[in-house]
Design a protein around this ligand. Structure first.
Ligand code: CDP
Length: 226
């Protein structure tokens, strides 16, 4: 039987989070952002003064780390709880993104995160967003989408998200940062960013968030549910 996951994968700032959140609301099911997992690991490393490329130190840190998705006290979607704390928006700080990509390239980190993601989708239909959901985490996902947009549109979208870029950021600097991170995400040895063969491809460059939602809902209806 196909798993109970609707997977949305794609490169940085491609509109995955907006699409995933909107789709989850439309279907009345939870939304899970898996980038937060890697961001939380990079965040904790930062707090401890550990480099996100220092594999030995990260291994020791993870041995002493408890991460899970939990619904915050004020409700909403399951969010990352690390060592009893919900870092929330702190995970979206500009300096965290590259660190998240660094830790995400390490095989033992991905082994650590795999079960956490699978547990988060146990026994319920969820929308899950990331880089490898349809290829590695849930290769049998019920529906799979691969969402992208042109580098310029993605840079503009990221710039429009307050607090996620450095104060002096420009379209070109943000596009360069995103391109660098995508390159690392596409070229890592474990679970690289790539479109699953059976994913529906959506280039949202010229689409509104509403257009993207409609396209996804149409696919799901054609698939016989929702
Ligand atoms: O929001 P944005 O697209 O900038 O990034 P994110 O989804 O929060 O992911 C941050 C980083 O985590 C990515 O650059 C990937 O390296 C990593 N990631 C991953 O490897 N696998 C996932 N399923 C989700 C994120």
């Amino acid at each position: 039987m196909a798993s109970t996951v609707i997977a949305i994968d794609g490169p940085a700032a491609s509109g995955k989070s907006t699409a995933a959140r909107n789709l989850a609301v439309r279907l009345g099911i939870p939304y899970i952002n898996t980038g937060s997992l890697y961001r939380a690991i990079a965040w904790k490393a930062g707090q401890k003064g550990i480099s996100t490329r220092d594999e030995a130190a990260l291994r020791a840190m993870l041995a002493d780390t408890v991460i899970r998705y939990a619904v915050p006290a004020d409700g909403g979607n399951p969010d990352i709880e690390i060592d009893g704390v919900f870092p929330g928006q702190a995970l979206r700080a500009p300096e965290i993104a590259q660190g998240a990509s660094n830790v995400a390239a390490i095989p033992f980190v991905r082994a650590f995160t795999l079960q956490i993601q699978r547990d988060a989708a146990k026994n319920q239909l969820v929308v899950m967003e990331g880089r490898d959901i349809g290829t590695a985490v849930f290769p049998d996902a019920k529906y799979k989408f691969f969402l992208t947009a042109s580098p310029r549109v993605r840079a503009l979208r990221r710039l429009a998200q307050g607090g996620e870029t450095p104060d002096n950021a420009t379209v070109d600097s943000v596009a360069a940062e995103i391109a660098e991170r995508d390159k690392q995400d596409m070229n890592r040895s474990v679970a690289p960013l790539k479109q699953a063969d059976d994913a529906v491809f959506i280039d949202s460059s010229g689409m509104t968030a509403e257009d993207v939602l409609d396209a996804m809902v149409l696919c799901i209806r054609e698939g016989g549910d929702a």
